[in-house]
Design a protein around this ligand. Structure first.
Ligand code: AP5
Length: 207
């Protein structure tokens, strides 16, 4: 089985593409952002620890993230990691418990991701993701899937988006070079419609 890492700046479309690729290739989709948001919503110890970092657009400490991912991977193969690793220390820690076979880098420019995050809306009940410009819900403000009320993520406020992008450039972008040196990097132009991006990723990963 293939283990895949999905890299890219905030708003590159990692979650959108990962859901489609995981369904098509029968991979376990593990989004660290989604796991953390669930922990925050349930008020767990991990959620309480992570909340402040997330609200500020900072990264949750590496040792916390490594323990969280290791527990969820739990010896499984065929994993699609979305939003992890995000630092070189996380990449090195991951290599100790899960072999990474391919790394997909969704390349999208800063002005485009800022535009996308400003118009993203999410359903806090079922986790569905929309975009007021490119993927609007059928009924304004309501989730197509479960009928829940849509909200804007608190970390999609413009000042937090700016900080998340800075943190990405400083801590996560070096992973592109890290995995390129290992011969695992597949770069995909993420600035095209989601269906086109997803089918390119699926083609690149298909055995
Ligand atoms: P996380 O939730 O992972 O945030 P992120 O990486 O910043 O990514 P996003 O979820 O914002 O965007 P995305 O790339 O998934 O894009 P999406 O598909 O939604 O992490 C949140 C926080 O948790 C972090 O800031 C940190 O604090 C913490 N955290 C998480 N992982 C961590 C780790 N490993 N270490 C430490 N801390 C961690 O799409 C965005 C929008 O664009 C949507 O509206 C969508 O509809 C639209 N869209 C998507 N694709 C396209 C397309 N091709 N064309 C047009 N519109 C599109």
């Amino acid at each position: 089985m293939t283990n895949v890492v999905l890299l890219g700046p905030p708003g590159a479309g990692k979650g959108t593409i990962a859901a489609r690729v995981a369904a098509e290739l029968d991979l376990l989709h593990l989004s660290t952002g989604d796991v953390l948001r669930d922990e925050v919503a349930r008020g767990t110890e991990l959620g309480q620890l992570a909340q402040g970092f997330m609200e500020r657009g900072e990264l949750v400490p590496d040792h916390v993230m490594l323990a969280m991912v290791r527990e969820r991977v739990n010896g499984r193969e065929g994993v699609l990691l979305d939003g992890f690793p995000r630092t070189l220390a996380q990449a090195e820690g991951l290599a100790r418990f899960l072999p990474v076979h391919a790394v997909v880098y969704l390349a999208v420019r800063k002005d485009e991701v800022v535009r996308r995050l400003g118009s993203r809306r999410v359903c806090p009940s079922c986790g569905a993701v929309y975009n007021l410009v490119t993927q609007p819900p059928e009924v304004p403000g309501r989730c197509d899937r479960c009928g829940g009320g849509l909200i804007q993520r608190a970390d999609d406020a413009p000042d937090v988006v700016a900080r998340r992008y800075e943190v990405y450039e400083r801590d996560s972008r070096p992973l592109v070079e890290h995995y390129a040196r290992q011969g695992k990097l597949i770069t995909v132009d993420g600035a095209r419609p989601p269906d086109v991006v997803a089918s390119d990723v699926i083609e690149a990963l298909r055995p």
